[in-house]
Design a protein around this ligand. Structure first.
Ligand SMILES: [Zn+2]
Length: 184
């Protein structure tokens, strides 16, 4: 992933209009929401960089790039969860990331963590869906509730209300803890 500190390319008004038109058109073709053009929308930032580097790529050429990016992001979040899972459950997550190329039913391909399909294209959505996939895998494969709130002894559920996913406990008034210790 590009360093978030790298400034996004900015276009002069006519090119900016052309960029936004292209972004809306390809998103519609690929069944995606272009989102708001504001930070921290990392997906629109990705589109902006792609447009700066390649111009108005046709949707079918953009699709594999979207798929590659989503799968790489899911793999990155999966790798960050593997350590805590091993420490807390003793189970190795192994290779539970699946990726299928685009087809007529999934215009940007399929990315799966275990049985859970990762549909998001924005990093926080991908993080939240990856956490859900890991949790679902541990339950279906190992009959193990992970993670569990140490105070209430209940399983957490992944939620995304801000820019980083959190685990929500159903005890104690629904308190939350970050999925990733550094809050990203
Ligand atoms: Zn709790």
């Amino acid at each position: 992933m590009t360093d978030p500190a790298t400034p996004l390319p900015a276009f002069e008004p006519p090119a900016e209009r052309a960029f936004l038109d292209w972004a809306h058109e390809v998103c519609e073709r690929l069944w995606l929401e272009p989102g708001e053009d504001r930070t921290p929308d990392d997906f629109l930032g990705f589109l902006r960089r792609t447009y700066a580097d390649n111009g108005a790529l046709p949707a079918e050429l953009l699709a594999p790039l979207v798929q590659e990016r989503r799968t790489a992001e899911a793999g990155r979040f999966l790798a960050r969860l593997a350590g805590p899972v091993r420490r807390e459950t003793g189970f190795d997550l192994g290779d539970i990331l699946l990726s299928e190329p685009p087809d007529e039913f999934q215009p940007t391909g399929t990315t799966q963590i275990g049985n859970i399909t990762v549909l998001g294209v924005r990093s926080p959505d991908i993080a939240c869906e990856t956490a859900e996939g890991v949790q679902d895998y541990l339950m279906s494969r190992h009959r193990t509730v992970w993670p569990r709130c140490p105070a209430h002894r209940l399983g957490y559920h992944p939620v995304l209300t801000g820019t980083a996913p959190e685990w929500e406990c159903s005890g104690g008034g629904g308190h939350r803890v970050p999925v990733f210790a550094d809050g990203s």
